[in-house]
Design a protein around this ligand. Structure first.
Ligand code: SIN
Length: 483
């Protein structure tokens, strides 16, 4: 068992070594619950990033030539180690990210599930033998690792968004450079420490910490050695990365912002709809890309739904995530709380009603009171921007076709939720919604076994499921003549 102190790494991990920045610069990682410093980590720049690229390139050949079963066994060992250290990893996550300990534990098990899933999939990266077009020729399609991968990951899921990218990449023989968010690098470094213990060869997995993601990002994008970039984060940054990868024609996977509609029809099981709304809206204090952003409720059940969801919202326990019973931790930083205030202020000015909350929490810092707004309309900023905070924004609809049009009226298309007991409607509406993920009578859809990803400006590609491995494979067509 690795001691807790060993998991709290404060150096970057490049080519199997724990290293400081060449410049010696470091930056602080803060606890969002109290603003205190937890640790400092190296502030890497372009030259350090190049070291990581060289390391990943150097390790590639040996790694991709290993048997799939060998790679699978290392992933399985990593999976076991993550589970063995789940409590310590969860505590570290709560300290640097703020989410309640129960959610951190759930995320560690979610993170581990990707490693397990892709360890199993490693042996199944099948190619094809294709019936030939000519008698003297044989045709095959081989599936090969794409090469060196850069994974740029967010602060809202500091572990799961790493394993969701790294595990499939390693499974098929790619080598990886992870650039975690500057707000939550410690979870990434702890995962790397466990990967080291699992026995991955040097250079196969590298973690680079920086407070200057633009500098490091430019080096990763400009490198012709890096053949694939996978990013989870905002749509605005995703667009910059997509453009930046054009010069080297990299493969790109993007898991970007959402604006999830949560639709409750009059025939819905309201108890289930309210529990689903709480689960979807308030997970991680509303800071997920799949959180219900716009709650549409049918006119006939709207007031009952609003009153009951208001009660559930008021009852949520707010506080530092390390305390038992806490359901809503702090928001990640001041920018997040400023945004929530701006969106609520704008909505109220335009006619929305605050049913509960609507203001900063008495605990101070970045704690925000869980909020429910009714009378929200489609022209408000709160309807058109990702809220990323504990705010339910409820509006009313009258017909199925109206709510489909309103739900689809956004550049985003990640997750949508529908509550209805009408089977025919389930088919009609899931087909009509322009979203990559549709939850029917559930507010929680995330799992390693299903394809996660968005359409429109919510992203490119899928993570998890057997499709998640495709993102790290190239197809090589082989034509054998003279047969
Ligand atoms: C995200 O918010 O980016 C990921 C959420 C999930 O995997 O459930």
């Amino acid at each position: 068992m690795i001691a807790v102190a060993e998991l709290l790494r404060d150096n970057a991990f490049i080519n199997g070594y724990w290293v400081n920045a060449r410049s010696g610069s470091r930056f602080a990682v803060l606890n969002p619950a109290d603003g205190r410093e937890i640790a400092t980590v190296p502030d890497l720049d372009d030259s350090d990033t190049q070291d990581a690229i060289d390391a990943a390139e150097g390790a590639l050949r040996e790694w991709k030539e290993r048997l799939a079963g060998e790679r699978a066994n290392l992933l399985k060992r990593w999976h076991e180690l993550i589970l063995e250290h789940a409590d310590d990893l969860a505590m570290l996550m709560t300290l640097e990210q703020g989410k309640p300990l129960a959610e951190s534990k759930a995320e560690i098990s979610y993170a581990a599930s990707f490693v397990e899933w892709f360890a199993e999939e490693a042996r199944r990266a099948y190619g094809d033998v294709i019936p030939s077009h000519a008698a003297d020729k044989r045709i095959m399609a081989l599936r090969q690792p794409i090469g060196v991968v850069a994974a740029i990951t967010p602060w809202n899921f500091p572990s799961a968004m790493i394993t969701r990218k790294v595990a499939p990449a390693l499974a098929v023989g790619c080598t990886v450079i992870v650039k975690p968010s500057e707000l939550t690098p410690l979870s990434a470094l702890a995962l790397a420490r466990l990967a080291e213990d699992a026995g991955f060869p040097s250079g196969v997995l590298n973690v680079i910490t920086t407070s200057r993601p633009d500098v490091v990002g430019k080096t990763l994008m400009a490198s012709s050695v890096v053949r694939k970039l996978s990013f989870t984060g905002s749509t605005a940054v995703g667009k910059i990365l997509l453009k930046g990868c054009a010069d080297t024609v990299k493969r790109v996977s993007l898991e970007l912002g959402g604006n999830a509609p949560f639709i409750v029809f009059s025939d819905a099981d309201l108890d289930a709809a309210i529990e689903g709304a709480v689960a979807s809206k308030y997970r991680n204090a509303g800071q997920t890309c799949v959180c219900a952003n716009r709650i549409f409720v049918h006119r006939d059940v709207a007031e009952e739904f609003i009153v009951r969801l208001t009660g559930r919202t008021q009852a949520l326990k707010v506080g530092p995530g390390v305390d038992d019973q806490i359901e809503i931790g702090p928001l990640i930083n001041n920018a997040a709380i400023d945004k929530v205030e701006r969106l609520i202020g704008g909505a109220v000015k335009a006619g929305a009603q605050i049913r509960t909350g609507g203001k900063r929490h008495d605990l101070g810092g970045t704690f925000f009171t869980p909020t429910l707004l009714s009378d929200v309309t489609d022209d408000m900023d709160i309807t058109n921007e990702e809220i990323f905070g504990p705010v339910s924004a409820v509006s009313v609809f009258s017909t199925e076709s109206e709510v489909i049009d309103r739900a689809n009226n956004t550049p985003y298309g990640l997750a949508a939720y529908v509550y209805t007991c009408d089977n025919a409607r389930i088919w009609r509406i899931t087909e009509a919604l322009e979203y990559g993920i549709v939850g029917v009578n559930t507010g929680v859809t995330s799992t390693a076994v299903a394809p996660f990803g968005g359409v429109k400006e919510s992203g490119l590609g899928r993570e998890g499921s057997r499709m998640g491995i495709e993102e790290y494979l190239e197809t090589k067509y082989v034509c054998i003549g003279g047969v």
